[in-house]
Design a protein around this ligand. Structure first.
Ligand code: TYM
Length: 343
C-alpha cells in the first residue's frame, strides 16, 4: 500500500468518528472511544460523531433492536458529555452522501487491499462464503464516512487502526489518479491507557459486545451490583500489583485492570501503580469497582432518562443530519465533478 506524505496542512482540522449501533455500549467503547470524543470537543474545530447504522446491517440486525440501539447510542453520547450543539450527532443513514461516496470508493479500493482486512476475517470467520458483500466492502464505506466531511483526525480504539490506514490509501489513490489534492490523509488518534480494553475473562481477547459471555464485559447499562460482581469475578493472577509498569508486561489480566483504572481516573499507569503497587487484587478490585461505579452510574442513569423521550433523541438526530449534509453535499458534488460525472 502507498505511503503518501501528510497533506493535512491544507485542510481545516475536523474530527469525525463513528460507533455501530449493533448492541449495547461496552466499557471498551466508552474508554476507547466516547470518553475521548468528549475530550476532543474543542472550540476551534468541528467534531462530528456518528451512529453508523448502515455499517451495523452488514450483519443481521432485528429492525426494532436497531432502532432502539441507535437511540440508546445517541443517549450514551449525550449522557457521557457530548453536547449536541457543539458537536454534530448524526446517524449515518440520514446522510445519503456517505453511501454515495462509499460507492465511488468501492471503485478506488483494490480487492487485494480489502482481502487483508483482519476485521473481515474475524467477523466472517470460517463461513466467509455466507458473509454479506457489505461486510467485505465495509472499510470503503468507513473511508467515505470520514472523507465525505474532509475530516482530518479520527479518534478510535486500537482495533480500527488498519481501517484508518486503508482510508489514507483510498484518499491517496483518489488524489493520485485524478491528479488533485482533494481528500485529506487522515490522522488516526489512538491515545490513552485504554486503546484496547480486554475481556474480563480472558486477557488475550478484546472486550466486545459480541462476546457470548456477559461476564466478559461491563455494559454501560449495568447497575452498580452487576459492575461490582463482574470486577470481583474478573480473571487475575495470584501476584500483588507491581510498582512499575514493566512489571505488567507478562500479566495481561492485571495490566487490563490497571489500564481501566488509569483511564477511568484520568491518570497514567505509573500514577496508578505508585498508589496501588504492592496491593493484592483483594484490595485493588474493590477500589476499581468503586471507581467504575462512581464514573459509570451517572452515565447509565442519564441514558435511561433520555431514553424516556425518544422524540427528543430523534429531533437531535434530524438536526444533526441537516448540519452534516450542509458539510457533506459540497464535498460529494466536487468529487462527482473531479470524476467527470455530468451534473
Ligand atoms: P465499533 O462500533 O466496533 O467500536 C466503536 C469504537 O469503540 C472502540 N472500541 C474499543 N476501544 C478499546 N477497547 C475495546 N475493547 C474496544 N471495543 C471497541 C473502537 O475502536 C471504535 O473506536 N468500524 C468502526 C465504526 C466506524 C467508524 C467509522 C469509526 C464506521 N465508520 C469512521 C471511525 C470513523 C467500528 O466497527 O467500531
Amino acid at each position: 500500500m502507498s505511503e503518501a506524505p501528510s497533506n493535512l496542512a491544507n485542510f481545516a482540522p475536523r474530527v469525525f468518528s463513528g460507533i455501530q449501533p449493533s448492541g449495547g455500549l461496552t466499557l471498551g467503547n466508552y474508554l476507547g472511544a466516547i470518553k475521548r470524543f468528549v475530550d476532543m470537543q474543542g472550540a476551534d474545530y468541528e467534531t462530528i460523531y456518528c451512529m453508523v447504522d448502515m455499517h451495523a446491517i452488514t450483519v443481521w440486525q432485528d429492525p426494532g433492536a436497531l432502532r432502539r440501539n441507535t437511540r440508546e447510542l445517541c443517549a450514551g453520547f449525550i449522557a457521557a458529555g457530548i453536547d449536541p450543539e457543539q458537536s454534530i450527532l448524526v446517524n449515518q443513514s440520514q446522510v445519503p452522501e456517505h453511501a454515495q461516496l462509499g460507492w465511488i470508493f468501492n471503485c478506488v479500493a483494490r480487492m487485494g487491499w480489502m482481502k487483508r482486512m483482519t476485521q473481515f476475517k474475524d467477523k466472517a470467520g470460517k463461513n466467509a462464503e455466507q458473509a454479506s458483500l457489505g461486510l467485505f466492502a465495509y472499510p470503503a464505506l468507513m473511508a467515505a464516512d470520514i472523507l465525505v466531511y474532509h475530516a482530518t483526525h479520527v479518534p478510535v480504539g486500537e482495533d480500527q487502526k488498519q481501517h484508518l490506514e486503508l482510508t489514507r490509501d483510498i484518499a491517496a489513490k483518489f488524489n493520485h489518479d485524478y491528479d488533485v489534492d482533494f481528500f485529506p490523509l487522515t490522522e488516526p488518534v489512538i491515545e490513552g491507557a485504554a486503546t484496547r480494553v480486554m475481556s474480563l475473562r480472558d486477557g488475550s481477547k478484546k472486550m466486545s459486545k459480541s462476546d457470548p459471555s456477559d461476564m466478559s464485559r461491563i455494559n454501560m447499562t449495568d447497575d452498580a451490583d452487576t459492575i461490582a460482581a463482574k470486577i470481583r469475578k474478573a480473571r487475575t493472577d495470584p501476584e500483588a500489583l507491581p510498582s512499575e509498569a514493566e512489571g505488567l508486561s507478562e500479566r495481561p489480566e492485571a495490566r487490563n485492570l490497571v489500564n481501566i483504572y488509569a483511564a477511568l481516573s484520568d491518570q497514567t499507569v505509573a500514577e496508578v501503580l505508585a498508589e496501588h503497587g504492592g496491593q493484592q487484587f483483594s484490595a485493588f478490585k474493590p477500589a476499581l469497582s468503586e471507581l467504575a461505579v462512581e464514573k459509570l452510574a451517572p452515565i447509565s442513569t442519564e441514558m435511561a432518562r433520555l431514553m424516556e423521550e425518544p422524540g427528543e433523541i430523534d429531533a437531535i438526530l434530524a438536526r444533526g443530519a441537516e448540519r452534516a449534509r450542509e458539510r457533506a453535499e459540497p464535498v460529494l458534488k466536487k468529487t462527482y465533478e473531479i470524476i467527470g460525472m455530468v451534473r
